[in-house]
Design a protein around this ligand. Structure first.
Ligand SMILES: [Mn+2]
Length: 357
């Protein structure tokens, strides 16, 4: 039986059905596949595993496919070893996708964010569901919810479980997964995305037995020596401040990554450090990888780095946290960044002046 439920032939997410309309589809056991974005972070993996455990408990046959490797600091999450890595196990992943009836796309607003899986997912005829908190979702989903005001996709999965009247199913397997993404996406509950609702979620998870301290330890206190030395080197030698534009740029050439033996994921969070300087409202962190320059943008207050990334670097994300990529050389990319900072100088000064402290 087909469970296809297209509501309209018109393009546009106005015709994506509300997330809860998926309930009748899930009223009987389904073959479900969950995917998240390339280079999964704690929110992508935590929301996916949280939903995976919940749907499994509901009697569905659930698989989780990650486009690429899961970073070591997330491997403590329950059943993370069961995640199929598309980049390494393409045959098995394809086999799962072939028989999938419902595809959940988590923490991604566009199939291109899965990179190597984009075409494969695009061609699937099964029901596609999106749960995400990034701006401007794609139009290809049958059901879904896009809520940029939410702290994290993890919180949205929590809401979904509650709205299905299954709060009682949240246990000490689901709770740490959901907590991890909410905690990291809010910068340990300090970014403007930290809402009353996310604190309420955490309170509920703790009442269900969640231990938070070990999760902070697993995510933040498991550095290798080289990573801490790299951080120190980066801040002392690579951080360039543009005082008059309240901005900071850290540019990491390939040779630094090699010298300190830095892996994907090891640079996570460094972009936030310059914002601890009182006068800095925009922080840019770029690394020269194999075939491209990876870029992260963070801001304080009203400076919109989602717009900044979209305008100059073909990227996007959230108002205070976004990313982008550049196919140009490190030198050219740095020049473009310096020019973009110069073009935004008055806006940056204004945002700085409007900071409350
Ligand atoms: Mn997220």
């Amino acid at each position: 039986m087909s469970i296809q439920a297209k509501t309209s032939t018109f393009a546009g997410n106005f015709f994506m059905q509300a997330l809860l309309n998926i309930q009748p589809v899930l009223a009987q056991p389904r073959k479900i596949c969950i995917v998240h974005h390339y280079n999964p972070d704690a929110d992508a993996l935590g929301s996916s595993l949280g939903l995976y455990h919940y749907l499994s408990k509901k009697g569905h046959q659930v698989h989780l496919i990650s486009p690429n490797n899961i970073p070591d600091f997330l491997l403590w999450m329950p059943d993370s070893e069961k995640v199929v890595i598309y980049e390494e196990e393409q045959k098995e992943a394809q086999h799962i996708l072939n028989s999938c009836e419902v595809l959940f796309c988590l923490d991604l607003n566009h199939l291109s964010r899965t990179r190597i899986m984009e075409d494969v997912l695009q061609n699937l005829t099964c029901t596609k569901v999106m749960i995400d908190h990034h701006l401007f979702p794609d139009t290809i989903f049958d059901f879904g919810r896009s809520e940029p005001s939410k702290s994290s996709t993890c919180e949205m999965v929590y809401d979904f479980i509650n709205e299905c009247n299954d709060n009682a199913l949240i246990d000490t397997t689901i709770a740490p997964c959901l907590y991890a993404g909410a905690m990291t996406d809010t910068g340990s509950f300090k970014f403007p995305s930290t809402t009353a609702s996310v604190h309420r979620m955490v309170a509920d998870l703790m009442e269900k037995g969640l231990q938070t301290a070990p999760i902070h330890q697993a995510i933040f206190d498991t550095y290798m020596e080289n990573r801490l030395r790299f951080l120190g080197y980066t801040l002392s030698e690579r951080m360039k401040l543009f005082h008059h534009a309240h901005s900071s740029l850290i540019a990491i050439p390939k040779s630094d990554l090699k010298r300190f033996e830095i892996n994907t994921g090891d640079t996570e969070g460094i972009v936030n450090y310059p914002l601890s300087i009182g006068t800095i409202v925009l922080s840019i962190f770029i690394t020269e990888r194999e075939n491209e320059i990876r870029m992260s943008f963070r801001s304080k207050g009203d400076f919109d780095v989602n717009e900044f990334a979209r305008t100059y670097f073909n990227g996007g994300g959230h108002k205070n946290a976004s990313g982008g990529r550049s196919q140009e050389s490190l030198e050219i990319t740095i020049q473009k960044i310096e020019q973009a900072i110069a073009e935004n100088k008055s806006k940056l000064i204004q945002c700085y002046n409007e900071l409350p402290f």
